[in-house]
Design a protein around this ligand. Structure first.
Ligand SMILES: *Cc1c(COP(=O)(O)O)cnc(C)c1O
Length: 395
């Protein structure tokens, strides 16, 4: 997740334009901004890149998820199916919408298992949010089929998967809405930022209104615009958008590098007894931000994680123990501990997240390690890395 690795002249130039005009706000100031519409241009170019009709930038990926849920009309008491392996933001956005997260198992794609999604659908289910984890795709075709059969809204959390595709179609463009993040550790970054994308004009207008206090963005004078719905302030600033625009224009180079590095690593690690790679429903569409692999059992995986750290192989993650990305450590969710009481506590029977059983996901996460792919590696560094890894994994 290398956006931060390649800051340069392009980012400084775009930010310079914003600072010269002094217009940091994405709306209005038509004269003063001297032709620089950073957020709008970023939106147009991102939509084009993804092959989708509409894009709206937000202040973060989390804000994008909240905006998508609101635009799709998901709220009080609605059940939303999500995976237990994701960044906490997915679960938080559902809770803060007043809705109820329902966890379904993942499979060896490290993403939602479509059949497991089917098993947890109830009369209250309104939406499914598959998360394309660690740069690559869920079985999005099968998940979409399940959603279509049960008339459910499909929102993709593609925050970690910008540039990824499935059957040549961009991740984030399969459902009603898709969400992206440009936080400091994502594929491209603008400090803080996110995007919602959609094929549907109606959802787009809901989203852009919701993210800006309900403004309908039709008036000449911002103060006189209508407000059909209540909203929030999830706007991005022109400064952030300027950085994001420069980064987006580097995306193809980023992807090319990552894929090259990942290919070399995969070849270098092939043939290690007991080591299998994460299942990729369409390997060509992998954005290659991470290399994820599975070992035969938990104890070997824990040993490997420790061995890799000791051998100086940095950037490795044992997600099963991770505070932020796997449900096991989400004690705050299990206690429904929030700053103020959550809407779902008003339900007759609030869910008990301390008791959700996710044995299939546990079994997979216990055996999974991921390694961050960096852009800056030289060929020699990659060879060295493979050597060290083989010594630990195939002694
Ligand atoms: C990063 C991330 C988010 C949230 O994005 P922010 O921009 O950090 O708010 C949501 N979901 C996933 C899967 C993420 O990795």
């Amino acid at each position: 997740m290398p956006g931060f690795e390649i800051f340069g002249e392009e980012e400084r130039t775009q930010v310079g334009h914003v600072l010269e005009t002094g217009v940091l706000f994405r709306y209005g100031f038509d004269q003063a901004r001297n032709g620089h519409w950073m957020a709008k241009t970023f939106e147009t170019e991102l939509a084009q890149r993804l092959g989708i009709g509409y894009c709206h930038l937000c202040a973060s990926g989390t804000a994008a998820l909240s905006t998508a849920l609101a635009a799709c009309g998901i709220g009080a008491g609605d059940e939303v199916i999500i995976p237990p392996f994701t960044f906490v933001a997915t679960m938080e956005a559902v809770l803060h919408a007043g809705a109820v997260p329902v966890f379904a198992e993942i499979d060896e794609t490290l993403c939602l298992d479509p059949e497991a999604v089917r098993r947890v659908i109830t009369g209250q289910t309104k939406a499914v949010i598959p998360v394309h984890m660690c740069g690559a795709m869920a079985r999005i075709d099968a998940i979409k089929t399940v959603c279509d059969q049960h008339d459910l809204i499909l929102i993709e959390d593609a925050c970690q998967a910008l540039g990824g595709t499935f059957n040549h179609q961009a991740l984030g463009t399969f459902g009603h809405m898709g969400c992206f993040s440009f936080d400091p550790v994502k594929t491209i970054t603008c400090g803080e930022g996110g995007a919602v994308v959609t094929h549907y004009e109606r959802l787009y207008h809901r989203a852009e209104a919701y993210a800006d206090h309900g403004h309908d963005h039709t008036g000449k004078d911002r103060g006189l615009e209508g407000h059909a719905i209540l909203g929030a302030n999830f706007r991005i600033s022109e400064l952030n958008a300027a950085v994001g625009l420069a980064q987006l224009r580097k995306l193809d180079r980023i992807l090319e590098r990552q894929r090259l590095h990942k290919k070399a690593l995969k070849e270098g690690l092939s043939g290690i007894p007991g080591l299998t790679f994460r299942e990729l429903p369409d390997e060509k569409g992998d954005s290659a931000t991470f290399l994820s692999f599975l070992l035969p059992d938990e104890s070997r995986t824990r040993e490997a994680a420790q061995g890799l750290a000791e051998a100086g192989v940095d950037g490795c993650f044992y997600w099963y123990e991770n505070n932020w990305h796997y449900i096991r450590q989400w004690d705050h969710l299990k206690a429904l501990s929030s700053a103020a009481s959550l809407p779902l506590t008003l339900l007759k029977q609030p869910p008990d997240y301390a008791r959700v059983s996710l044995s299939q996901s546990d079994a997979i996460m216990k055996r999974t390690l991921s390694m961050l792919i960096k852009l800056s590696w030289t060929e020699a560094e990659i060879r060295e890395r493979i050597d060290r890894m083989r010594k630990v994994l195939a002694p």
